[in-house]
Ligand binder design. Sequence first.
Ligand SMILES: [Zn+2]
Ligand SMILES: [Zn+2]
Length: 169
Amino acid sequence: MIVNVSEIKDGGLSLNLTRGPGWLGGSEKSEVASVGSDIEFHIDLLRTAGEVSVRGKVGFLAVARCSRCLSDVNVRTNLEIKLLLSPSEAEKKMESGGDMDYETYRGRTIDLNDYMREQVNLSLPYKAICAEDCRGLCGGCGRNLNEQQCGCEARQEDSRFAVLKDIKI
Ligand SMILES: [Zn+2]
Ligand SMILES: [Zn+2]
């Protein structure tokens, strides 16, 4: 994902790229999720007065662990890229404008790899549930209650009633 600035003509440059999960190089920062598919990039680069604007979309499938039942959940992830690159020799812009990211590039080439890796990493979910009504694992026997009912719940209900009975109104 290295672009020579001279390749960006007046009409801009469109990149459609696919990278396998290995492209991240095991740098995933999330402990509950990883990238479970190829990562697709659709990026438009535009040159404006020395700066390069990068806009586009990144799509992939994240595989996360449900925090209740611990089963794998596929999370379709779509990222919006809005980045403005200034040449590093130019004066560094200090204003941070809105929802735009600012980076610099050196010389005549732009290396988007690190930035894109970071964006993918940042988008990985740190918490996931497989469904709003996921019933989780039974605290008593560890069974996945989405798949199978166990006898523990009934006993828990009983003890809850026992507590209620002790409350004096
Ligand atoms: Zn679940
Ligand atoms: Zn149980």
